[in-house]
Ligand binder design. Structure first.
Ligand code: NDP
Length: 453
């Protein structure tokens, strides 16, 4: 670690205590950027990185709501408006009991670089609440979303800040949020993405993060003259990203063998085929049940509970070629990374944001496997949100093929930018440096152009 990075990190930790995920995200980026800042003193002089680390604005607000029995609950709502140098703030809303300021700041910080990589004009933001949608009725979720939007609506807009989904926020929640925004503002605009198809949504948006992640893995494999055909794949999570990762893996002839939720995981030696994926989609998106039911239904599968306090996650301890972490941050620690490498995994495509700890990342980089960090590999979701914004502005909708082709081209272009940038800065094959540096340069130059704001 250079002196500059070390002193920057010390300052970030002192100024933002109790935000370990934010420190981790900043450290990873700062280490990559040391290569750029040496060559470009103008960025250091203008304190570009220091400015990117400090959110332009942080909103924190009370979200009171009533459950079906009439009991009152109070949650905390957030929106981090991180950086608007290249476009309106853009990034998802997360509803999960673990949500806090530090987690949302790490996500907003990563989003700045990711959005820059997509080639589309979007700044970075993130938001959410510590509300837990699990076990809540549709009416309770609606009342929560309406209360959340009753404050958020003053701060967002189609040219200011355009939220989307993330963990715990899918089509149902976006619908409730959009309805309340429209009611309060009396306008129908593309203020949120991930909307329903008959009220401004884009085809392929639900599929985009998972599909994009698999397209990225395909590009990485192509650099070694290989394809996904026949590859055994470990997938974590069973939500939006995991489901469409599995769908696209099947399309390319790969064999996904695991899925999980926060209670445990299933390993299916038969493979999660189209019929079994349809079962998971109904289980998770309609019945909102637990992944354990998969093993009750399909006898080739075994279910293993996951102990969150354990020192490793057994999901990552199976023989495989590829891994697609698609649940949450830090789900692959150093021990998990070692297990993956020992089991023969040589392709990692991060559908989730920052799913690998710094120790794990370093092991992947040292082993020189094809490691696609989340900023690049899961950028297809926000890229397609950008395409949804473009369609909303035109008041026109593209076909499924048109959006999918654009998504595919964007993922190829992100891959190319990572490869070329990593090479240009002397670390060929290092997608972490490639993504961090390529994402940074566009934002940094825009900030220099726009003066000290
Ligand atoms: P969903 O809410 O649809 O699914 C999340 C899945 O991960 C569920 O299976 C959930 O299990 C599991 N999970 C969540 N939190 C934890 C936890 N603390 N420990 C173990 N498992 C957990 O979310 P998405 O699929 O949308 O998001 C998954 C990841 O992908 C997140 O990191 C998100 O930031 C990232 N991402 C999402 C994008 C999108 O377009 N949706 C875009 C880019 C990145 P359970 O049901 O038990 O909670």
């Amino acid at each position: 670690m250079t002196d500059y990075v070390a002193s920057l990190l010390a300052e970030v930790k002192a100024k933002n205590p109790v935000e370990p995920e934010f420190h981790q995200a900043v450290q990873e980026v700062a280490e990559s950027l040391a290569l750029v800042l040496d060559r470009h003193p103008e960025y250091r002089h203008a304190k570009i990185l220091e400015r990117i680390i400090e959110p332009e604005r942080v909103l924190m607000f009370r979200v009171p709501w009533q459950d079906d029995r009439g009991e009152v609950h109070v949650n905390r709502g957030f929106r981090i408006e991180m950086n608007s140098a290249i476009g309106p703030y853009k990034g998802g809303l997360r509803l999960h009991p673990s949500v806090n300021l530090g987690i949302l700041k790490f996500l907003a910080f990563e989003q700045v670089f990711k959005n820059s990589l997509t080639t589309l004009p979007m700044g970075g933001g993130k938001g959410g609440s510590d509300f837990d949608p699990k076990g809540k009725s549709d009416n309770e979720v609606m009342r929560f979303c309406q209360s959340f939007m009753s404050e958020l609506f003053r701060h967002i807009g189609p040219n200011t800040d355009v939220p989307a989904g993330d963990i715990g926020v899918g089509g149902r929640e976006i619908g409730f949020l959009f309805g309340q925004y429209k009611r309060l503002r009396n306008e129908f605009t593309g203020v949120l993405t991930g909307k329903g198809l008959n009220w401004g949504g884009s085809l392929i948006r639900p599929e985009a993060t998972g599909y994009g992640c698999v397209y990225f893995a395909q590009e990485m494999l192509a650099t070694r003259g290989q394809t996904l055909e026949g590859k055994v794949c470990l997938v974590s999570g069973s939500g939006n990203v995991a489901q469409y990762t599995v769908e696209k893996l099947l399309h390319f002839g790969a064999k996904p063998v695991t899925l999980s939720d926060s209670n445990g995981y299933v390993y299916d030696e038969h493979g999660v085929d189209a019929e079994r994926l349809a079962f998971v989609m109904e289980l998770k998106n309609v019945r909102r049940g637990r992944i354990q039911e998969y093993a009750d239904k399909f006898k080739t599968a075994t279910y293993t509970p996951i102990d969150p306090k354990g020192d490793h996650n057994p999901l990552w301890d199976h023989k495989a070629d590829c891994a697609f972490p698609s649940a949450t941050q830090n789900e692959i620690n150093g021990k998990d990374a070692a297990n993956l490498l020992r089991n023969g995994v040589y392709v990692v495509g991060e559908g989730a944001n920052m799913p690998t700890t710094i120790d794990g990342v370093n092991q992947f980089l040292d082993a020189k496997i094809l490691y696609g960090p989340g900023k690049a590999a899961n950028a297809g979701g926000v890229a397609t949100s950008g395409l949804e914004m473009a369609q909303n502005s035109m008041r026109y909708g593209w076909t499924r093929e048109e959006v999918d082709n654009r998504l595919h081209l964007i993922m190829k272009s992100i891959h190319k930018a990572c490869v070329e940038t990593a090479e240009r800065f002397g670390t060929p094959g290092n997608y972490v440096n490639g993504a961090n540096i390529a994402g940074f340069l566009k934002v940094a130059d825009a900030m220099l152009d726009q003066g000290l704001v």
